[in-house]
Structure formats: structure tokens, C-alpha cells
Ligand binder design. Structure first.
Ligand SMILES: Nc1ncnc2c1ncn2[C@@H]1O[C@H](COP(=O)(O)OP(=O)(O)OP(=O)(O)O)[C@@H](O)[C@H]1O
Length: 216
């Protein structure tokens, strides 16, 4: 069950005039957007435009040189702990430990949210098509199966805003459809998602787009 914010018309997440530099190169400038409950925001732009950098910046893994981030109308400096407990970031590498099984990886992720229910985790793996692979070490899984193991968290997480960097990489058609359904269900339940993807995501309702960088 998603933790729904107090009734408010404020955006869940606001970026206000953000700027980010890497290796003294300005990636983006004056970047502002609002993310409201129920919305899916796709970051678009060519390779190197700064999509992953923006995701990492929002997840607190990269500093920003200018601007501010607001969580439900409040500067995150004033509610840092609550903010980071409210977001879920799944990056390129997906955080899967190769020597552990999908079930062990999921057990660890779930424990971070205070969830200790093996049946629920087995159901999560079943939902992403990993039934029968629960106890295989992840280094024996295919790239798409590893990605499925990482994304299985989406079936039970209580985090309100999901930051997903290229979630569809290596997934087959059925898995893409299953993950899209999870995104739709999350947004319909009052959550919100920011994702990067080079895929067209026309099946997703309430999809907004934000372009970074210039096309080559
Ligand atoms: N660890 C790093 N240290 C320094 N610069 C980096 C680092 N990672 C990325 N960059 C630079 O930051 C810029 C933006 O990279 P980023 O990964 O945010 O782009 P992206 O839009 O996500 O690209 P892609 O579509 O290829 O995933 C690139 O020019 C890249 O070289």
C-alpha cells in the first residue's frame, strides 16, 4: 500500500532552476519541473544529455550546483530523511548482488522497507516471471532475468516516487508489458514515476515528457 501524502494540490516533487556540472562541463541549466501524484515523467534526450545525472541528483547521489529540490512543497534540506524514505531509485546497475539469489537480493531490499514476508517476495518473483529461479545465484541469470529480479521490488515497495533509469533495458516484450502495468498501477494508486527510456512509452497514460540536451 502506497503512503499517500496529506491531501494537497502541491506537487510531490519540484525541481526549481537546477543546474548540474560534471568535469566542469555544464550538463543542464535552469531546469524546472513539477511531478504530481499520478504522473509518469519520461526524461528524453540524446546519449550524454544528462538524464542519468539528473536521476542521480534527485536520488541524492550527485550534487547540484544551483537550484533547489522541493518535496511536497518543502525544500529537501528541511525533510531530507523523509524525502529519501519516500523515493526508490533503481539505476543502470540495478543494485543486484551477483553472488546472491533473486530471493536473497529481494529479501535485502524488502528489509530496507521493514518488509519480512517470504511469501510476498516469492509472489513478487513469480509476478516478474522468475518462478523457478528464486534460488539461483544471480550471476547464472541472463541480463533480462537480472533486470527482472531488480524490478521485482516494484511489486511491493511502499515508496511514493520511483526513479527508474532505463528500466526496460534487456527486457523482452512480456516483461516490458508487466513492468508497464506496474507503473500504471502505481500512478493510479497515487504514486508517481520518473524514468529514462529510449523506448516510446505510448501505452502509459498520464505520461509527461521532459527533454534534456539538443538532438545531434
Ligand atoms: N562518473 C562520471 N564522471 C564524470 N562525468 C561523467 C560521469 N558519468 C557521466 N559523465 C558525463 O556526464 C554527461 C552526462 O551523462 P549521463 O549519463 O547523465 O547522460 P545520459 O543522458 O543518461 O546518457 P545515455 O542516454 O547515454 O544514458 C556525459 O557527458 C558523461 O560523459
Amino acid at each position: 500500500m502506497i503512503k499517500t501524502p496529506a491531501k494537497s494540490t502541491a506537487a510531490l516533487l519540484t525541481a526549481h532552476k537546477l543546474a548540474c556540472e560534471r568535469d566542469e562541463r555544464r550538463l543542464f541549466n535552469d531546469l524546472s519541473f513539477n511531478l504530481y501524484a499520478g504522473e509518469l515523467l519520461q526524461l528524453e534526450g540524446p546519449n550524454g544529455a544528462g538524464k542519468t545525472s539528473l536521476m542521480r541528483l534527485l536520488a541524492g547521489l550527485l550534487p547540484f550546483s544551483e537550484g533547489e529540490i522541493l518535496w511536497q512543497g518543502q525544500n529537501i534540506d528541511a525533510c531530507r530523511e523523509y524525502f529519501y524514505q519516500s523515493i526508490l531509485f533503481i539505476g543502470h546497475l540495478a543494485g543486484i548482488k551477483a553472488e546472491l539469489s533473486p530471493l536473497e537480493n529481494l529479501t535485502w531490499f524488502a528489509a530496507l522497507e521493514g518488509i519480512h514476508d517470504e511469501t510476498l517476495l516469492e509472489q513478487a518473483l513469480w509476478q516478474v516471471g522468475l518462478a523457478g529461479y528464486e534460488d539461483h545465484p544471480c550471476h547464472q541469470l541472463s541480463a533480462g532475468q537480472k533486470r527482472r529480479a531488480a524490478l521485482a521490488r516494484l511489486t511491493f515497495t511502499q515508496r511514493l516516487v520511483w526513479l527508474l533509469d532505463e528500466p526496460f533495458t534487456a527486457l523482452d516484450k512480456n516483461a516490458v508489458a508487466a513492468i508497464e502495468n506496474l507503473l500504471i498501477a502505481h500512478s493510479q494508486a497515487g504514486g508517481a514515476v520518473i524514468l529514462t527510456s529510449h523506448h516510446a512509452l505510448e501505452a502509459l497514460p498520464n505520461l509527461k515528457k521532459l527533454s534534456l540536451g539538443e538532438e545531434l
